[in-house]
Ligand binder design. Structure first.
Ligand code: PMP
Length: 305
């Protein structure tokens, strides 16, 4: 495959099939994991960054001098910066201090400016700060992934249809982590339209509020919410699965050791939830999940002991 821009390598990621030799899959069922960490920026958010910029240009929200501003835990920043380079657009990302240093280094390597907000203010603090910056900076565009319908649309138009085609429309259950909710909502909406009987399972870490527990900090990075994402409201979600840090990291390490899948902790959590889903289902089901990003951006956080 010869390409002339790295953005051409976004999407069409491999779909990993776990078989009985990988894990003792109960009831002859199979888990398929979309290896989104193999996108060029190392995460699922490359799709979003590319889509937001293309749509921004098409709708006139972005011109060649626009400054892109966004609150992000890192992966959306990397995805946006990667596509912004193609158009030589300036990028400013507002990141709560606690998020991984590697992701911040990658954003900087792609030419972005990073502005920190206090960890204790969470992503809400980063959202507020980016709104202030966007009001101050002339010709700026704040996509605001947490509210922007382009976020789920990016996955509706890419990931949903890829999965459907790769599995010839034979999917019984879709299991995925929820941060902004864009990946889950966009992909699930597409799949539900095609497959009305598909089960939809959202994954969150302990400390996220979707199952009604109290909000507190957690080590699994990239998923978990302090408020219910607006994108979820149009979907009937069968269940939220809450995964502890311990379980998420145990599976993340097993995936490296057993399958050489060097993925981040939200992937371990997704895999744990997919295994639980299989236990609930009848014989011979096909469960699809997403592995959103790569392990090497969490080495300083001791993802591998
Ligand atoms: N996993 C990781 C590592 C992420 O960075 C994100 C995005 N925050 C997600 C999962 C969840 O994606 P979304 O924002 O689309 O819900």
């Amino acid at each position: 495959m010869i390409i002339t821009s790295i953005t051409e390598a976004i999407g069409q990621t491999p779909l990993y099939q776990f078989t009985a030799k990988d894990y003792p899959m109960p009831k002859g069922s199979t888990i398929y994991a979309k290896l989104e960490y193999l996108n060029p920026g190392g995460s699922i958010k490359d799709r979003l960054g590319h889509y937001l910029l293309l749509n921004g240009f098409a709708s006139g929200k972005i011109t060649k001098d626009t400054v892109i501003i966004e609150p992000t835990a890192g992966n959306t920043g990397i995805g946006l910066a990667l596509s912004a380079l193609k158009y030589q657009l300036k990028t400013i990302f507002v990141v709560p201090e606690k998020f991984s240093i590697e992701k911040q280094q990658l954003m900087k390597a792609l030419g972005a400016t990073i502005i920190h907000t206090p960890s204790e203010d969470g992503i809400k603090g980063a959202i507020e700060k980016s709104k202030i910056l966007a009001a101050e900076i002339e010709n700026s565009y704040l996509p605001l992934q947490f509210e922007n319908p382009d976020n789920p649309a990016a996955y509706y138009h890419t990931l949903g249809s890829e999965l459907f085609q790769e599995l010839n429309g034979s999917i019984d259950s879709f299991v995925a982590g929820i941060g902004s909710g864009g990946t889950f909502a966009g992909t699930a909406t597409f799949l539900k339209e095609q497959l009305p009987d598909i089960r939809l399972i959202g994954v969150e870490p302990e400390g996220s509020i979707l199952n009604g527990g109290p909000s507190h900090s957690h080590e699994i990075e990239g998923i978990g919410v302090e408020f219910v994402p607006p994108f979820l409201s149009s979907l009937t979600i069968d269940q939220f699965e809450t995964i502890s840090d311990q379980e998420g990291f145990d599976f993340t390490r097993q995936l490296a050791k057993n399958q050489a899948l060097l993925v981040g902790s939200s992937s371990g959590a997704a895999f744990a939830a997919a295994l639980k889903e299989i236990q609930r289902l009848p014989q011979g089901q096909r469960v699809v999940t997403i592995f959103p990003d790569a392990a090497d951006r969490y080495l300083s956080k001791h993802i591998y002991p």
